[in-house]
Design a protein around this ligand. Sequence first.
Ligand code: ATP
Length: 290
Amino acid sequence: MVPRTCFILNPTAGPSRRRDVPALIARHFGTLVADYEVRLTECAGHAVELARAAAAEGFEVVAAVGGDGTVNEVGRGLLGTAAALGIVPQGSGNGLARHLGVPLSLAPALRRLAAPTFSRMDVGVMNDHPFFCTAGLGFDAHVSQHFAQAGSRGLSTYLRVTLREYRRYRPVRVRIDLNGQVEETDCYVLAFANASQYGNNAYIAPLADLRDGLLDVCLIDALPAGRAFRVSLAMALGNLPQSKAAEYFRVPRGRVLAEAPIGFHVDGDYLGHATEFVVELLPLALAVAV
Ligand SMILES: Nc1ncnc2c1ncn2[C@@H]1O[C@H](COP(=O)(O)OP(=O)(O)OP(=O)(O)O)[C@@H](O)[C@H]1O
């Protein structure tokens, strides 16, 4: 039986905004499955409400059509409901879709969603904010903050902002408690990974498993130029753990106290600064249909 599917479409996501995505859904999904709807978001945060409403109406699959920000909102709306998260990747990075092996092209992604495989995945929570792919504090959040303020998007803006902020950014001293293992260290980047990558195949935690009940934690205490180059290359090659340029832990929960406020992000969206962080994992808390 083909599941009733509701598509939640973020028209502002990703690089190809001018495409008529509802028409493409009708062509590549609607010819296979009659019982579906497409609902468009009107503002940031709207997808949470739309997803919750769709689950309450009995849709079995609620598909995020967008990037990791849209996936985060739809996933949040589905927590505690019976509906499964589907993904039609239309974002810039598409980290969770890439991790799950969802086709990045629209037509194959839609055809796959017409006959999905159901499973469950873990969900991370940082300071009460659920995340599905990665959350973190330090330089990656700092870049998310400045990228959001850059006025333009795309890879060239991202690289320009990253290089500019790399010259400015200074690590903060933190006390990390990872499931009882305590460490005092400088923190340049501290990433909590449920999935393996930030998006665009930038593998911050290539061994992360969505179903192991654990978060892969990646700590980079300092990033002088030579190490920055090695980290960038190793992230692209997917061998950062072997490169010795970062320290790894695998834990169900963590706590961080910082000497000064540090910026943090959840699934790539900068959420603010804080000095205290509590990170937890909800094992297999979300149904997925991919
Ligand atoms: N109608 C809308 N108008 C403005 N912003 C929206 C709207 N709908 C959703 N958003 C916001 O757009 C943001 C970006 O969306 P999303 O992350 O899906 O795309 P992306 O940034 O291109 O992809 P990725 O995160 O994979 O790089 C989300 O954080 C979401 O809150």
